[in-house]
Design a protein around this ligand. Structure first.
Ligand code: ATP
Ligand code: F6P
Length: 443
């Protein structure tokens, strides 16, 4: 791989001219129970992982569970001295481990996931971090929508390990009591903490208050948080139908669909119908290349005009555009091997790497987070990268994932994960999947 002059630092995808060693941020979650703190923490870490920024969640509840696996609400009463001692010990252990993780150079962004609901607690965290040269970004989730909170309790809290084996109704009542205990001492972030860097997300970012966010990395995280919503929705992904280039085993190009690809395009509206609710319509995105536009064109009657995005164009294979894998192996044997050795980082001469694609897909991910039901008709490498974001696939694996033609994939984000479903059209297509070390023509 040959980084080009003026290019983004390959080691640090956000870091144009930025010293990785300089950045160490603790994102400190703040808020009453059942306000989506763990949800937000996990999403931030998944997003950063996808951007190759080493990050980790330190969940104080997990530390507390080591000593107190199944507390009742009384444990969280501040007049319960033993409870207070154990909760303090759990917070200390999490912060100590987190700082050690930074010291060992294991990552640059940690998310401290706890309620951190008092000013004293937050000041203590800030001071501990500052002493170790770690910046703090407080992220408070405030929500007064009682029905949403109750829904959160029923959706995720009654199945928490805290309530293993308990009747969900009993668990929900105890959790409501736990929230009441916290409400007695909860202090929202206010002007006393005006010296701190923070963002307050009020009623799921319907209002956002941002204070003292100056650093580039922190502003990326805040921008990401501002795009999040929790309305139920799905993302549909399909590759274009089989193309003339696919038939010939050639990569890149701007070929038309093959007759079988055209048949897939005609069948796509009914395939999509199988995966949506009656009357539901989707927003359709394509790349700017003919094969995706042709594949999506019959969706227009029901779902409206498709939106072409340059950012969804296939990975640029540079001088190898229009060649088969056999051609590439014969003409550029060293490149062929280098790509197999590190497919994620290998950049085609005059073209792109998977890492480059992830950088250019960032606005697509932000738009996907902001929007609701979207169907994306795109290309193999692009689909792999988008899929990797939602399904948390590590970069060693994502470029090698098999994504068949003529298949619709539906991803439905849930509280702590994503559900995947697939619908395969009964229309044969070549396989464009190439395993490591092989230059076999598509079949
Ligand atoms: P606890 O303090 O008990 O650990 P928590 O604040 O971490 O609670 P989560 O476990 O993250 O709460 O709750 C997950 C639920 O919160 C999900 O169902 C998710 O849809 C919802 N949620 C996500 N973001 C928000 C938000 N900003 N406000 C309210 N609810 C949210
Ligand atoms: O439900 C609240 C919770 O997530 C508990 O599981 C955990 O013990 C606590 O928050 C951790 O936060 P803190 O001790 O800072 O309130």
């Amino acid at each position: 791989m040959s980084p080009v002059e003026g290019d983004i630092c390959t080691k640090h995808p956000f870091g144009v001219g930025m010293q990785v060693d300089d950045i160490r941020i603790c994102v400190v979650m703040v808020g009453l129970p059942a306000r989506g703190k763990s949800f937000i923490a996990q999403k931030v870490v998944r997003y950063l992982d996808w951007r190759d920024i080493p990050a980790k969640v330190f969940n104080v509840g997990n530390y507390r569970r080591a000593d107190t696996p199944q507390p009742t609400a009384d444990f969280f009463d501040t007049s319960n001295t033993e409870g207070e001692r154990l909760r303090r010990a759990a917070a200390e252990a999490a912060v100590t481990d987190m700082l050690e993780w930074f010291h060992q150079g294991k990552g640059i962004i940690a998310v401290l996931d706890a309620t951190n609901s008092t000013k004293d607690r937050r000041r203590w965290i800030q001071e501990r971090c500052a002493a170790d040269n770690v910046a703090t970004l407080f992220v408070e989730s405030k929500c007064d929508d009682e029905s949403l909170i109750m829904q959160n309790v029923m959706d995720v809290k009654t199945t928490s390990p805290d309530y293993k084996g308990l009747d969900p109704e009993v668990a929900a009542k105890d959790f409501r009591d736990r929230i009441r205990k916290y409400e007695l001492v909860y202090e929202t972030i206010d002007e006393d903490e005006a010296d701190m860097t923070y963002v307050k997300l009020i009623n799921v970012a319907s209002q956002t208050v941002i204070n003292r966010v100056h650093d580039y990395m922190q502003s990326r995280i805040v921008y990401y948080l501002m795009n999040l919503h929790i309305k139920p929705r799905s993302i549909w992904l399909s590759r274009h139908g089989e193309s003339m280039y696919n038939l010939e085993g050639k990569i890149g190009g701007d070929a038309d669909l093959s007759p079988r690809g055209e048949a897939y395009a005609r069948s796509l509206p009914s395939l999509v119908d199988q995966s949506i609710e009656p009357g539901q319509t989707l927003t359709v995105w394509t790349s700017t290349l003919r094969r995706t536009i042709q594949t999506a064109r019959y969706l227009v009657d029901k779902h409206g005009r498709q939106l072409p995005w340059k950012a969804l164009d296939e990975l640029d294979s540079g001088v190898c555009d229009g060649l088969t894998y056999e051609d590439i192996e014969a003409k550029y044997p060293e490149d062929f091997k280098a790509r197999d050795d590190d497919k994620y980082n290998y950049r085609y001469r005059g073209g792109e790497s998977y890492r480059d694609v992830v950088v250019r897909l960032e606005p697509i991910i932000m738009e996907l987070e902001r929007n609701e039901d979207i169907l994306i008709v795109t290309h193999q490498a692009i689909l792999r990268c988008i899929y990797a974001y939602f399904m948390n696939v590590p970069q060693e694996r994502s470029p090698w994932m098999e994504v068949p033609l003529h298949t619709v994939i539906k991803l439905t984000p849930r509280a702590y994960g994503t559900i995947e479903e697939r619908w395969k059209a009964d229309i044969p297509a070549v396989s464009t999947f190439r395993t490591k070390g092989s230059s076999a023509k598509h079949q």
